[in-house]
Design a protein around this ligand. Sequence first.
Ligand code: NAD
Ligand code: DAU
Length: 342
Amino acid sequence: MTRKKILVTGGAGFIGGNFVQYMVNKYPHYDIYNLDLLTYAGDLTKHREIENKENYYFVNADIADSDAIITLFKKEKFDYVVHFAAESHVDRSITEPEIFVRTNILGTQVLLDAAKQINVTKFVHISTDEVYGELDFDPTTFFTEETPLQPNSPYSASKASSDLLVRAYHETFGLPVNITRCSNNYGPFHFPEKLIPLTISRVLNEEKVPVYGDGKNIRDWLHVFDHCAAIDLVLHKGANGEVYNVGGHNERTNIEVVKTIIKTLGKSEELIEFVTDRLGHDKRYAIDPSKLERLGWQPIYTFEKGIAQTIDWYLNNKWWWEQIISGEYQNYFKKQYTLENH
Ligand code: NAD
Ligand code: DAU
C-alpha cells in the first residue's frame, strides 16, 4: 500500500485528538503529523497510548505563522491536510473575538496557501453547523448543505469566513477541498468548558451546573467516533469542492442533557442552576446528513448509548480532566460565570 503523509491540525484538541488516534491506529501505512500550537485547549497527555508509534509525529506550530507553515509544507510534502485547529468555544468568542479572527480566518488562509504551493491531493476543512445560524423549534426543519450561511456569534462568523476562503481556493486555484459541517460532538477528551463534560465533571464534584436561559435550546449530538468515521470517508471518497453535513439525528434540549447526566450519576437535580442566557444564543441546530449517507456513512451511536459510555469514560479517566480543571481553567470559570451577561 502507498505510504501517505497526513497533516492533522489541532490534533491536540478534542475532535482532532480523537481523529489522530483513529487514523494512527487504523492506517499504520499513513504517517500522521499532528500540528498544534497547544493553546489552553490543546494537551498531549491524551496521546500517551499512541505517542511512541512509528507513524505518529507532533509539530508544535501556529497555523497563522505563514513562514513556519510554508517551510513545513515544503519540507514534508503532505498528501492530505485535515484542518481542525481553531478557537472553538462560543462563549470565549463573545468576550475575546480577536483571537477567533486570527486563528480561524487567517490561520485557514495560511494553510490553504501552503497546501496550494505543494499541490496537496486533498484539503478537508472541518467546519460547523453553526455557520448556518439557528433553526426555530419546528422539528421538521433541518440544515442542508444549501442552507444559506447566517452565522450569529463571532465564533461562527469566523468559521463561516474560513469556509468561504476554502471555497474560494477551490474556485480560483482548483485546490481539491471538502468542507464538513457537523453538529455538536461529545465523547472522550471533550474539554470541560463545553456543556456535556462541564456537567459531568461538576456533578461528580457535587458543584452547581450553570444552564443558560430556560434550558430549552436544542443541540443535535454527534458522537466523536461517528464524526471521525465521517471525516475518514470524506477524505478518501468526497467529491472535490463538495460540502458534507455530519449529524446523527440526536436532538435534545440542554435541560434534557443535563438531567440525563444527573440521573445516570445518581445525583440531585438541585445541582441545576439557571443562569443568565448566552448573548445571541442560537435556539436550535439540527442536521440533515442525507448527502453524507449517500456517500456511505451511517452513525453507530444513539444518544442513549453514547452518553452512557461518555459518562463511564469520565468516571474512569479522572486523571485527564482533573488536571485540566485545575489551574488556569479555574480563573476562566470564575470570570465566565460571574460576568454581567450571565
Ligand atoms: P478544541 O478547542 O478542543 O481544539 C482546538 C485545537 O486547536 C487545540 O488543540 C488548540 O491547541 C489548537 N489550536 C488553536 N489555535 C491554534 C493555532 N493558531 N495553531 C495551531 N493549533 C491551534 O476544538 P474541537 O472542539 O476539537 O473542534 C475542532 C474543530 O471542529 C474546530 O474547527 C471546530 O470549529 C470544529 N467543530 C467542533 C464541534 C464541537 O462540537 N466541538 C462541532 C462542530 C465543529
Ligand atoms: O454545533 C457545533 C458547535 O458545538 C461547535 O461549532 C462548537 O465549536 C462547539 O463548542 C459547540 O457549540 P455550542 O455553543 O453548541 O456548545 P456548548 O457546549 O458551549 O453549549 C451547548 C449548549 O449548552 C448551548 O445551547 C449553550 C448551553 N450551555 C453551555 C454551557 C457551556 C449552558 O446552558 N451552560 C453552559 O455552561
